[in-house]
Design a protein around this ligand. Structure first.
Ligand code: PRX
Length: 636
């Protein structure tokens, strides 16, 4: 029996039991057999959730790019590592072999060094889904620089916040990006952002859309001539297992985005291990995850996990609706994709289109289907299962988070029987528990509670960059000695988990985590706004959409409501990005508040969701009359 590759249910149970009984020897075996270490660890694990401090494979030395690239060269040097599918289907796809990837990453790494980037420096990557994105990520890892990829849909203010938070020295971007029929001026966004940043002294610019952009003398340089002149080999920096690999920002329910810090050794072992098992990847397979590398899914399951296994990983630049709603399936047919991993929101959007967009393509190559990012509803699950998987390809509903680094709960395809809407069972090494509101573990099945994990796994984030206290407060303070996920979950009779959603003020819109507080801040900055409260409500395609209750300042001035709504959304777009725009905005004279002045979001959520049958006790409110008023004017 191999710990590394689980092939049937009985094996899963055996491996799982072993992983829980003796996690250290379990992970030691996995790490020992399947990776290239310059030096082995002195100790497998050191942990203390009360501090919190977590260290895996202490003392070990490695470079993750040697594991993702170099060690494959003699066995699969001519195999496609990255298969780039451009936005425009008429543009040819690009097959980058492992050998070519080695050369391109090396050249890029040498450019970074030449421009003064050293081990430990932070580099912000703000690029569309073009090969340079994956290559720059790996180039940073090659020299030990800490990459922080910012999704190229974020606004200049959001970008500046991240640059400043990690005090980045460099930004890597492109002239612009293509998204469907639109092109976006990325360099302009970077220029605006950098007006508010002091630490960046270099901007490297990839050419993608050939737009006419301005280059700031002494700061900005075109990437290609530098790459052309660079040497095609770069000795990898030898890193400690616990050296930082990257920072990735994720929304919190309050305050600034949290820069989750992931380190090298444990992250590599866990993402590689879970990629192999959750997707059952075989040597000749073509694997495609439709996420953007700007999110954790792209880091772990487009770049690091697949490449560590020597896989062929597809990188798609475009959107599912361009040139039409058949684009995903056209790509599956064209590249004979075997594993396909996407988000429920994409499935819902495609399911409402004509089924001809699916049936005209041959999807026989598909073996495993995956979903991630939010709960998948029953209807979407069945559509995916019936029309894409033809009831032949198991669906892996994978639950995890930016903070967890890798998938924690998921079926193992062809082993774990699936159940619609259930992420099913914990992967080896993962010890979930459900807690009640009083902090007690709920034993026995079925159960319904707050999802925590009681033992560390190798890819758990180690801290929040620059704010360890916030890391402790957010994840380790709600329940003693446990990592709190922020999610609620059910556990059925056989122990399968179903994630029911966030129990905090994070709202997942189209699979993107959005904190309500930063959006409210953006709304409140509008000169006409006195106060606001934002809640989520169910939406057919996005899963959740945003509903804003806005109190206007009393100035006596009469303003056009529609124009105000547009201005408020523009404000959000500028401060955060278009993904955070409000679907509905209701102007209201007041917000329901407790006597201590806290907004009762529970009531606002119910009103926005049209679920006003049981609003609970409103008599303790400071201003119960406002509830009636809000209900009368609710936007349906
Ligand atoms: O609420 C859970 C939801 O997405 C949150 C994590 O978001 P993020 O850090 O952006 O990472 C998304 C990609 C890993 C979780 O706290 N979530 C993620 N996967 C699932 C899910 N909810 C239900 N089912 C899932 N499979």
């Amino acid at each position: 029996m191999s710990n590394y590759h689980i092939k049937h249910l009985e094996e899963y149970f055996q491996v799982y039991r072993k992983s829980v009984r003796n996690p250290e020897s379990f992970w030691e075996e996995v790490a020992e057999e399947h990776f290239l270490w310059r030096k082995k660890w002195d100790k497998v694990l050191d942990w203390d959730f009360s501090k919190p401090e977590i260290k895996w494979f202490q003392g070990a030395k490695l470079n993750i790019t040697e594991n993702c690239i170099d060690r494959h060269l003699h066995v699969r040097g001519d195999k496609t590592a990255i298969l780039f599918e451009p936005n425009d289907p008429k543009e040819e796809a690009e097959h980058i072999t492992y050998r070519q990837l080695h050369e391109r990453v090396s050249k890029f790494a040498n450019v970074l060094k030449e421009k003064g980037i050293k081990k430990g420096d932070r580099v912000i990557i703000y690029l569309p889904m073009i090969p340079e994105l994956a290559i720059s990520v790996l180039a940073c890892a090659r020299i030990g620089a800490i990459h922080s990829v910012v999704f190229a849909g974020f606004s200049s203010t959001a970008l500046a916040t991240r640059v400043n938070d990690c005090e980045a020295k460099m930004v890597i971007t492109s002239d612009g990006s293509y998204r469907g029929s639109k092109s976006i001026d990325l360099k302009g966004i970077v220029d605006d952002a950098l007006e508010q940043c002091k630490t960046v002294d270099k901007v490297l610019v990839a050419k993608r859309i050939n737009s006419d952009i301005s280059m700031k003398e002494g700061r900005d340089e075109w990437l290609q001539p530098l790459l052309d002149a660079a040497y095609g080999d770069c000795v990898p920096e030898v890193m400690d297992a616990e050296d930082p690999l990257f920072i990735l920002y994720t929304s919190g329910s309050t305050g600034r985005p949290k820069g989750m810090l992931h380190t090298t050794g444990g992250y590599m072992v866990y993402t590689a291990y879970t990629f192999k098992n959750v997707f059952q990847y075989k040597e000749e397979d073509v694997y495609w995850c439709t996420a953007d590398i700007g999110w954790i899914t792209g880091h772990s399951y487009i770049v690091y996990g697949p490449l560590a296994n020597g896989a062929t990983t597809v990188m798609f630049e475009g959107v599912p609706s361009y040139p039409d709603y058949g684009r995903f399936w056209e790509i599956v047919e064209k590249h004979k994709v075997n594993q396909f991993y996407t988000a429920p929101t994409a499935i819902r959007a495609l399911a409402k289109e004509n089924i001809d967009f699916v049936t005209k393509y041959n999807l026989d190559s598909l073996k495993v289907l995956g979903t991630v990012g939010e709960p998948i509803n029953e209807e979407a699950w069945h559509w995916y299962n019936d029309h894409i998987g033809m009831k032949q390809s198991p669906i892996v509903d994978t639950w995890w988070q930016t903070e967890t680094g890798g998938i924690l709960i998921s079926p193992i395809p062809f082993s774990t029987p699936t159940k619609p809407t259930y992420a099913t069972l914990p992967l080896p090494g993962i010890q979930p528990v459900l807690m009640d509101e009083n902090g007690n573990e709920i034993k026995g099945n079925p159960a319904d509670g707050r999802l925590c994990i009681k033992f560390p796994w190798p890819s758990i984030a180690r801290t929040i960059w620059g704010n360890h206290q916030r890391y402790k407060d957010t994840y380790f303070s709600a329940f003693e000695n446990k990592y709190f996920t922020g999610d609620g979950a059910l556990r059925d009779e056989v122990g399968y988990y179903r994630i029911t959603g966030r129990v905090d003020d994070v709202i997942i819109v189209s699979g993107h985590n959005l904190g309500t507080a930063p959006i409210e801040d953006a709304v409140n900055e509008h000169p006409a706004v006195a106060e606001s409260a934002i809640v989520g409500f169910p939406h057919d395609i996005k899963g959740n959409a945003l509903y804003g209750y806005v109190i206007l300042k009393e100035t006596g001035e009469v303003r056009n409501r529609e124009n105000l709504r547009k201005e408020i959304n523009q404000q959000i777009s500028d401060k955060i990005g278009p993904i955070a725009k409000l679907d509905k905005i209701q102007f209201t004279p007041g917000l329901p508040k407790t006597r201590s002045g806290k907004i009762m979001r529970r009531i606002l959520r119910k009103i926005a969701s049209n679920d006003t049958g049981n609003l609970g006790d409103t008599s303790t409110l400071l201003n119960p009359e406002v509830v009636e008023q809000i209900m009368k004017e609710v936007i349906k």
